[in-house]
Write a protein that binds this ligand. Structure first.
Ligand code: 3PY
Ligand code: MG
Length: 267
C-alpha cells in the first residue's frame, strides 16, 4: 500500500524538497486550507502554537483530508507526546530543544520501535491513515516516520555530529530564532544574522555527510527556497498567524490607499 503517509519520508530522503506550513491555530480548517493551497506538509505546533493534544489529532486528520501528511512539534522534552502523535498518524516529529545526546536518544527511543528504540505499541490511527495492517506497520514504521531533532542552541551545534549519529534520529530541523538568541547570548533575535547563516551552512553539510535530512524554519517563501538551494530537504514557511496577519495588513493597506468613494470614512 502506497500513499502519502507511507511515501513522504522516502520522498524527502530521496531529495524531493518539501515546504511545510507551521500551524499554531487550532481550528482544523486552518490546516486543511493551508494544505489545499499548496504546502506539501504541515508542522502542527504544540510548543509555541495553541495546539492541544485533541486539536493536534484533529489537525493531522484535516491535513489528511487534503491528501497531506503532517508533522507534530510537541512541547519541549515531551517524548511521550511524540509517541502519541505518531500513533495519531503524524508522519514525523519535530522535537524542540534537543540539546544533549541524552535528549536525542530519548527522542529516538520514543519514535522508533525495537530494536532501534522503545516506542510502545498502539498505532490505531496511524494504521488507518497508512492503510497498513498491524504487522506491516510494525515492519515499516521506523522507515516511514521521521524523528527530526531541533538544533537551536550552542550545545546542540557543538554535538551535531553525535546527534546525527544516534540511530533513529532521521535528521535535524534548525530553529533559527532560538539559535540567534543562543549565539548572541540573548542580545537579539534575528533569523537572518550571519552567525545563524553560518550555522545553517554547517548543518546542511553535516547532514549530507551523515546521509540524514536537513530541515529548518524560514520566515519567508524566498528564504525557504534559498535553504532548499543550499542543501536543505525541507523548510517551513512563516506561521499560519504570520501569513494571516501579513495578508490582512497588505489588503487593508491597499484598500485604505485606494481612491475612496465619496463620503467614505476611515475608522
Ligand atoms: C526557532 O526559530 O527557534 C523555531 O523554533 C522555529 O519555530
Ligand atoms: Mg525554537
Amino acid at each position: 500500500m502506497s500513499n502519502v503517509f507511507t511515501s513522504f519520508a522516502a520522498s524527502l530522503r530521496a531529495g524531493h524538497p518539501a515546504y511545510a506550513a507551521f500551524v499554531g491555530l487550532t481550528e482544523p480548517l486552518v490546516t486543511e486550507s493551508l494544505m489545499r493551497d499548496g504546502f506539501d506538509t504541515a508542522v502542527i505546533d504544540m510548543q509555541h502554537g495553541l495546539h492541544t493534544t485533541q486539536s493536534a489529532i484533529l489537525a493531522i486528520g484535516a491535513a489528511a483530508v487534503a491528501g497531506k501528511a503532517a508533522f507534530v512539534r510537541p512541547p519541549v522534552g515531551d517524548f511521550a507526546m511524540a509517541s502519541r502523535m505518531l500513533d495519531a498518524g503524524a508522519v514525523g516529529i519535530v522535537a524542540p530543544m534537543i540539546n544533549t545526546l541524552d535528549d536525542a536518544r530519548k527522542l529516538a527511543a520514543a519514535c522508533k520501535y525495537p530494536p532501534m528504540g522503545e516506542r510502545s505499541w498502539g498505532p490505531y490511527r496511524a494504521t488507518g491513515l497508512t492503510g497498513l495492517q498491524m504487522g506491516d506497520y510494525l515492519k515499516a514504521a521506523n522507515e516511514i516516520t521521521l524523528a527530526l531533532a531541533m538544533v537551536e542552541t550552542r550545545e546542540a551545534l557543538d554535538i551535531l555530529d553525535d546527534i546525527l549519529r544516534v540511530p533513529g534520529i532521521d535528521g535535524v530541523f534548525v530553529g533559527p530564532s532560538d539559535l540567534s538568541i543562543a549565539l548572541s547570548n540573548g542580545a537579539h533575535v534575528d533569523q537572518f544574522h550571519p552567525d545563524v547563516d553560518k550555522a545553517l551552512t554547517h548543518v546542511a553539510a553535516r547532514c549530507k555527510a551523515h546521509g540524514k535530512i536537513a530541515s529548518c524554519f524560514s520566515m519567508t517563501g524566498a528564504r525557504a527556497a534559498e535553504m532548499i538551494g543550499r542543501g536543505f530537504q525541507m523548510s517551513s514557511i512563516a506561521t499560519d498567524q504570520v501569513l494571516l496577519r501579513n495578508a490582512a495588513k497588505a489588503e487593508i493597506a491597499a484598500a485604505r490607499g485606494a481612491a475612496k468613494p465619496a463620503g467614505a470614512k476611515s475608522y
